[in-house]
Design a protein around this ligand. Structure first.
Ligand SMILES: [Zn+2]
Length: 341
């Protein structure tokens, strides 16, 4: 997974990354296209997503941003396909949505103008969970995304949703009351049910981050697990496919060693290459359920990663990750790997 919202990566950089994946027999590219700090995907019929949402104003007053046109997407999808790689786009819902809210204020509970985020972290921006016009726009976005990406999977995000705005939205509170939902958590569950079903109605398989599975999720929805072993166990017990992106082993924006200049001690883990190679693959408590593991994915979040840093962050770790997942319990061992690397 590459996050292109926090930093924008030109098409040439994406192609170079796809070359590296192909060389390591990695066969999926999860493209995190939308987040608080930038909307990076042209949506026909909705120009403000890229006129407004793709740009943020930096403290010095300059604008930072960029986006991929429909033609860019077709070029990248074809380039990936020629290398046996399926592109999985992510349309993050309903949180991490400041760029979407800045583009179309009617997507929010208040309808008031907002700005594309310039701060990192978990922000309170969230799409209104009860506005029918907002839902229609999001469905139109998903429909275009399903059309643009020929692969079978569409990622709808679902992580780190802050529900406080829903608690003071008269429309959201009325929906909770009239439909007998279990508070804002029930409202969130209803929101996910609608959009999971919508993606399925377009002939695609939706997937999401493990927070989605705090609610009950229909059969056959793959869950991307990054933290909380209880949710991995729950996913496998209900027979849903589990995609493993364990934050302790698979987040390659994290530094290798403490002396790396971008290390932020309060939340980052250290991820040296040897640790990536020691990834147990099976989440804690899932040993008896390991047959249900669908695969693994490493993630490059880019708050601290401009395009010039990408090679540094992947060096050694991408090779280790690929070997771990292609060999699993037959991996040759760290000294052997290190000498080949
Ligand atoms: Zn609302």
């Amino acid at each position: 997974m590459l996050d292109v919202s926090r930093h924008f990566f030109p098409v040439a950089d994406i192609k170079r990354l796809l070359d590296r994946l192909a060389a390591l027999k990695m066969n999926r590219f999860h493209w995190h296209l939308i987040d608080d700090q930038g909307w990076r995907l042209e949506i026909p019929g909705y120009p403000r997503f890229t006129e407004v949402g793709a740009w943020r104003t930096l403290p010095d007053g300059s604008r930072y941003g960029g986006f991929y046109t429909v033609a860019d997407v077709a070029e990248i999808v074809a380039y990936a396909a020629a290398r046996n790689i399926v592109v999985v786009p992510e349309v993050e819902l309903p949180g991490h949505s400041m760029a979407g809210l800045a583009s179309y204020p009617e997507l929010s509970c208040s309808g008031k103008p907002e700005a594309v985020a310039t701060k990192w972290g978990i922000l309170d921006g969230v799409y209104c969970a009860s506005s029918e016009p907002a839902a229609r726009i999001l469905e139109a976005v998903l429909k275009e995304v399903c059309r643009m990406f020929p692969g079978p999977w569409i990622h709808i995000g679902g992580d780190e949703v802050v529900r406080t705005r829903w608690e003071s939205c008269p429309r959201c509170l009325e929906k909770i009351r009239s439909e007998g939902l279990n508070g804002v958590e029930g409202l969130e569950a209803a929101f996910f049910r609608r959009f999971l079903a919508f993606v399925q109605s377009q002939g695609k398989t939706p997937l999401g981050w493990n927070e989605l599975f705090e609610h009950s999720i229909p059969k056959n929805i793959p869950v991307q697990w990054w933290h909380r072993p209880d949710l991995a166990v729950k996913t496998l017990k209900t027979g849903n496919p589990l995609l493993v992106s364990d934050v302790a082993y698979c987040y390659f924006d994290y530094p290798y060693v403490e002396t790396d200049p971008w290390y932020i001690k309060s939340f980052m883990l250290l991820t040296p290459v040897e640790k990536v190679y020691a990834n147990p693959v099976v989440p804690p408590g899932c040993e008896a359920l390991a047959e249900g593991i669908w695969g693994g994915e490493c993630c490059l979040w880019t708050e601290q990663v401009p395009p010039s840093e990408i090679d540094n962050r992947l060096r050694g770790r991408l090779e280790a990750f690929s070997e771990v997942y292609w060999t699993f319990d037959k991996r040759p061992g760290w000294p052997d790997f290190r000498s080949r690397l």
